[in-house]
Design a protein around this ligand. Structure first.
Ligand code: MN
Ligand code: MN
Length: 452
C-alpha cells in the first residue's frame, strides 16, 4: 500500500486536506502504508479525461502527426489518464469494421487508458441495428457531423440517430457547422483568388455554427435524444443552448482551450504561419472568447476537451499553400490542456480548481460511462491521480511537448502549474512532463451514461 501524504484533494465540491491510499490499482479508504510519498504543497486531482481526440486519423490525404503511442504519451505526461477517441465509420462499411480498425491502431500502444466514441456517417437499417452491439462492446456514445461532405448526415438521418442513441441512453456528439454554407463560401472565396489562411474563418462565420446548433437542438426537441454540442466556439451558439436549456431541454456542452485562449487575428500571421491555427470551427473574436469564459465560470460548459488533431506545419499544414481549404484541419493540445486551463482559468482567477475538476474529470466520467472507476479520488475508484504542482513556472515549448507535432499553437504561453507526477491505476506513469510507461494503458469498455 502506498500513501500520498500532505496533499490537498480536489473535487467539484471543494478542497480537502487528506492523504490518499493506493492499494494495487485502486484507491483505498486507509490502511497500513509501506511506502509514503510526500506531496505536500500539491493538489491531487482525479486523472483528467480528454473525451475528444483524433489520433492516427487519415484526413485530407494525410494522416495526423500523432498516433496512439505519441498522443497518449503526451497526454499522460500532462495529466490526462483517459482519452476517448472517435472511431469513424466509412460509408459503405459497418460500425464493427470501424471499431476493428481503431482497435488495430490503438491496442497495445496507449500510455493512458482509452475508449472510443463511434462516428456514424452511413445511416441505414444495418447501422441502426449495430448501435446496440456497439454499446455492448463498451462504445456508449456516438458522433455525427453536419459538415464535411464525406462525413455529414442530413437532417432526417440526424433526427433518427438522435432518437435511437437516446433510447440507449447515449450522448450523440455533433459537429455543428452547416456544411452547405461552408462549401458555398469556400468556393466563392477561392473563386475570387482569396486563398490564404486568413480566409478560413471568413468561410465559416459564427452563424454557420450558431444555425447548426439551433437546428440540432430543434431536431432533438422533435426526436428526443441526448445532444452533445462538441467544440462550441461562438457566443451565438451559446445563446441557442441557453434558450434550449431555459425550455427545459437537456444538452451536453463542450468547448476547448483553443477557443478560450486564442483568437482569429492569428490567421493573418506572415509566412503562412496562420495555417498552424486552422481548425474547424475556427478561432473566433475576443467577444466570443469572453462569452465562453463567462459560460465556463457559470457552469454552463460541461466539458473542456482538446479536439487534439495534430498536423506538422512542415509538409502537412503546408499542403494548403495556395488553397486554405486544403490545409488539414486541427490543432495539437493533448498535453497542454490541463496546464492551459490552470494558467488561463485558475491562476487568472476565472475559475477554481473545483471547476477544473468538474470539467476535466467528473463530468466526462459521468457522461461517458466511466463513473465508479474514473473521475474521483474515492475508495474503489481507479488510482488515477494527478499530483499537481502549483509552484511550477514555465512556458509551453513545442520542443518538450512529447508529441510528433513540430509546433505548438501556444508556443511561449506562460504556465503556472503542472502535473509533477501522474498515476495510472496505481502505477506512476509520468513524472515532470515525461511519460514513464509507454503501452501501460488499457481499453475501457464503458457503461451507459449517468444522465442528471
Ligand atoms: Mn469537429
Ligand atoms: Mn473533432
Amino acid at each position: 500500500m502506498v500513501v500520498l501524504r500532505g496533499g490537498t484533494v480536489v473535487s467539484p465540491q471543494g478542497l480537502e486536506r487528506r492523504d490518499v491510499y493506493i492499494d494495487g490499482e485502486k484507491i483505498a479508504p486507509d490502511g497500513a502504508a509501506d511506502e509514503v510519498v510526500n506531496v505536500s504543497g500539491c493538489l491531487l486531482f482525479p486523472g483528467f479525461i480528454d473525451s475528444h481526440t483524433h489520433l492516427d486519423m487519415p484526413v485530407s490525404g494525410t494522416v495526423t502527426a500523432d498516433d496512439f503511442a505519441s498522443g497518449t504519451g503526451a497526454a499522460i505526461a500532462g495529466g490526462t489518464t483517459v482519452i476517448l477517441d472517435f472511431a469513424t465509420q466509412d460509408r459503405g462499411h459497418t460500425l464493427a469494421e470501424a471499431l476493428d480498425v481503431w482497435h488495430g491502431r490503438a491496442d497495445g500502444r496507449c500510455a493512458c487508458d482509452y475508449g472510443f466514441h463511434m462516428a456514424v456517417t452511413d445511416w441505414n437499417a444495418a447501422t441502426r441495428a449495430e448501435l446496440k452491439t456497439m454499446a455492448a462492446a463498451g462504445v456508449t456514445s456516438f458522433k455525427a457531423y453536419m459538415a464535411y461532405d464525406n462525413l455529414r448526415l442530413d437532417d432526417k438521418a440526424l433526427g433518427e440517430l438522435l432518437a435511437y442513441t437516446g433510447e440507449l441512453g447515449a450522448w450523440l456528439g455533433v459537429h455543428c457547422e452547416l456544411g452547405n454554407q461552408v462549401t458555398a463560401q469556400v468556393s466563392d472565396l477561392l473563386g475570387r483568388g482569396l486563398t490564404g489562411p486568413q480566409w478560413h474563418p471568413v468561410s465559416r462565420p459564427n452563424r454557420v455554427e450558431a444555425d447548426a446548433v439551433a437546428r440540432l437542438l430543434a431536431l432533438a426537441g422533435e426526436s428526443g435524444g441526448l445532444p452533445w454540442v462538441v467544440h462550441l466556439s461562438t457566443r451565438e451558439g451559446l445563446v441557442a443552448i441557453e434558450q434550449a436549456r431555459a425550455a427545459g431541454r437537456r444538452v451536453l456542452v463542450e468547448t476547448c482551450p483553443q477557443y478560450l485562449t486564442l483568437t482569429e487575428e492569428l490567421y493573418s500571421l506572415p509566412d503562412f504561419a496562420g495555417a498552424k491555427y486552422v481548425c474547424s470551427p475556427p478561432l473566433r473574436s475576443a467577444q466570443d472568447r469572453n462569452a465562453l469564459w463567462r459560460a465556463v465560470a457559470d457552469g454552463e460548459v460541461d466539458i473542456l476537451s482538446t479536439d487534439h488533431c495534430s498536423f506538422n506545419f512542415k509538409g502537412q499544414k503546408e499542403l494548403g499553400r495556395g488553397d486554405f481549404s486544403r490545409i488539414p484541419n486541427g490543432l495539437p493540445g493533448i498535453k497542454q490542456r490541463p496546464a492551459l486551463v490552470w494558467a488561463c482559468g485558475v491562476s487568472a482567477g476565472r475559475i477554481g480548481p473545483e471547476d477544473m475538476c468538474r470539467m476535466l474529470s467528473e463530468t466526462p466520467a459521468k457522461a461517458f460511462g466511466l463513473w465508479g472507476r474514473k473521475g474521483a479520488l474515492e475508495p474503489g475508484f481507479d488510482a488515477d491521480i494527478v499530483v499537481w504542482d502549483p509552484g511550477y513556472r514555465g512556458a509551453v515549448r513545442a520542443q518538450t511537448q512529447q508529441m510528433r507535432c513540430d509546433y505548438s499553437p501556444w508556443e511561449g504561453f506562460p504556465l503556472t502549474g503542472c502535473a509533477r507526477a501522474v498515476y495510472l491505476r496505481g502505477q506512476k506513469a509520468a513524472e515532470n512532463g515525461k511519460c514513464l510507461r509507454p503501452g501501460g494503458g488499457e481499453y475501457l469498455r464503458r457503461d451507459t451514461a449517468i444522465i442528471s
